[in-house]
Design a protein around this ligand. Structure first.
Ligand SMILES: NC(=O)c1ccc[n+]([C@@H]2O[C@H](COP(=O)([O-])OP(=O)(O)OC[C@H]3O[C@@H](n4cnc5c(N)ncnc54)[C@H](OP(=O)(O)O)[C@@H]3O)[C@@H](O)[C@H]2O)c1
Length: 245
């Protein structure tokens, strides 16, 4: 049975991604920074008959927590098939480039960018034990510098400066990581789940959580001929599903 670790999976898109991958037959390690919330989420899935799931405490802002989660997982499995870096924050608003407090930039970058790097580096050895490892970085369409510099783009005016910078940086890291792992069976991709109604945006998004999670799942279950080093966004580029960086 294939294994997957999803960060920030106690609710919203991460939680629904866990549910859909369980339905696909994966064993899910459901990451949550809060032990109780993780356990509650697991109980909910188990009540639905989805039993191949365990909570794992992991705060991506905290290297000691990441290391502890790596140790715990190493005792449970020899290999990790999929890592989904989903945990993310928007940071307090408004976030203009000139006026956003530097502490907001630091906090948002910590979770959305540095956290992803630390988690990826901590789990890469377990991923390398999988015959077909997959890394999915949950980004945002707002992280596309090409689109964000196009005044005709539908989200052109949406510019939360620290969040955009964090996802653009995450996109850059995705390209670097895919390059490092190019001569292997890894697939490393960035996925924009689309503007989705969750707590993240006070449920303002038009998209649904199942649709958002399905986009993440698609990149998690890519076959050997699937792409690597891509930025998937059905929301922004419905024609091809591939976004410019
Ligand atoms: N919703 C959208 O419209 C949208 C659009 C594009 C991209 N995204 C991206 O999709 C991902 C999921 O978003 P969402 O809408 O599901 O957000 P959400 O409802 O706010 O859920 C975020 C999840 O991340 C967790 N998290 C936050 N900081 C963490 C940390 N330091 N360590 C571990 N977990 C942490 C949260 O845990 P707690 O419950 O403990 O806070 C929660 O489980 C994010 O990366 C976001 O940037 C969302």
């Amino acid at each position: 049975m294939k294994t997957v670790l999803i960060t920030g999976a106690n609710k919203s898109i991460g939680f629904e991604t866990a549910r859909q991958l369980l339905q696909e037959g994966y064993f899910v390690y459901l990451g949550s920074r809060d032990e109780q919330k993780g356990q509650q989420a697991v109980s909910q899935l188990q009540a639905e008959g989805l039993t191949n799931v365990e909570p794992i405490e992991i705060d991506v802002d905290n290297i000691e927590s990441i290391k502890a989660a790596r140790e715990v997982l190493g005792r449970k499995t020899q290999a990790l098939d999929v890592l989904i870096n989903n945990a993310g924050i928007s940071g307090s608003m408004p976030q203009t480039a000139l006026e956003a407090d530097i502490s907001v930039f630091r906090q948002v970058l910590e979770t959305n960018f540095f956290g992803v790097i630390e988690v990826t580096q901590a789990f890469i050895d377990l991923l390398k034990q999988s015959p077909e490892p997959r890394i999915v970085n949950v980004t945002s369409g707002l992280g596309s510098l090409t689109l964000h510099s196009d005044p005709t783009w539908k989200y052109y005016a949406v510019k939360p400066a620290s969040y955009v910078a964090s996802k653009a940086a995450l996109n850059a890291y995705t390209i670097m990581l895919a390059h490092d792992l190019r001569d292997s069976s890894f697939k490393v991709n960035a996925v924009d789940p689309g503007y989705t109604a969750t707590d993240f945006n006070h449920h303002s998004g038009p998209g649904t959580v199942p649709d958002a999670a399905a986009r993440v799942v698609k990149a998690a279950v890519l076959g050997p001929d699937g792409p690597t080093g891509q930025f998937f966004s059905d929301d922004n580029v419905p024609e091809t599903g591939i976004s410019p960086w």
